[in-house]
Design a binder for this molecule. Structure first.
Ligand code: ADP
Ligand code: MG
Length: 205
């Protein structure tokens, strides 16, 4: 992902890539959430991203900030669980902060604000075994000018790094020390979304 190529991003391609990634890994996300949660994360995410896919033409017709806000609203309405409002907030805040002619610097800044919005909404912070533990390293990689492949690697490593963590937020926190030894489902889904976005942007750059 190099600076200046963001304006060539095809939102429809991004929507179908993210929905495909979630659909292909829904069972895996469910299995992760079964281990330390209630086992609905795969279905929650699939329902939400298929709802976004179903209206991809309408979203893609809007300017990017409005499209992201509308996608976030759709995710809040359709994903459900704890993760719906949080992923919804991520996209809505990104839409609020991003500029229509976005570039790498603007994207990184907007992404940072969006992560702050998620943390505020979830009353959570990095290190608590949640999606934030992937979002934050991805933000750092964006700020450092890393390539799409490097950002994807950072996201995958960050999801892996949630395995030894003890959950302090969300359902998994009810398990205390028994949450240790399993990957956080929301961290994994975040890494999947990051890979889909990075690969799509590189392919269209
Ligand atoms: P639920 O926990 O209500 O069943 P999901 O299974 O869809 O919802 O989502 C669980 C994921 O949401 C977790 O794996 C974690 O990444 C994320 N999550 C839960 N609570 C929080 C929070 N307070 N802050 C950030 N992320 C959270
Ligand atoms: Mg769940």
């Amino acid at each position: 992902m190099s600076a200046g190529t963001m304006d060539k991003v095809d939102l429809k391609a991004l929507i179908s890539a993210t929905a495909d990634a979630i659909a292909a890994h829904a069972e895996e996300l469910t299995t992760l959430d079964q281990a330390i949660g209630d086992g609905d994360h795969g279905l929650n995410m699939k329902r939400g991203f298929e709802a976004v896919r179903a209206e991809a033409d309408a979203f893609a017709a809007k300017p990017l900030p409005d499209a992201l806000k509308a996608i976030g609203t759709k995710l809040v309405m359709t994903v459900g669980g704890a993760s719906g409002p949080l992923f919804g907030t991520l996209f809505m805040a990104l839409g609020k902060e991003i500029s229509p002619e976005t570039n790498r610097a603007n994207l990184a800044a907007a992404f940072g604000k969006a992560i702050e919005a998620v943390a505020a909404r979830g009353k959570s912070q990095v290190g608590q075994k949640t999606m934030l533990d992937v979002l934050q390293p991805v933000h750092e990689a964006l700020l450092q000018g890393k390539t799409g492949a490097e950002i994807t690697d950072a996201a995958d490593s960050a999801a892996d790094a949630t395995v030894p963590m003890k959950a302090l937020r969300g359902r998994a926190s009810f398990l205390g020390d028994r949450s240790i030894g399993h990957m956080d489902a929301g961290a994994r889904s975040t890494a999947l979304l990051v890979r889909a976005v990075a690969e799509t942007i590189e392919a269209h750059a």
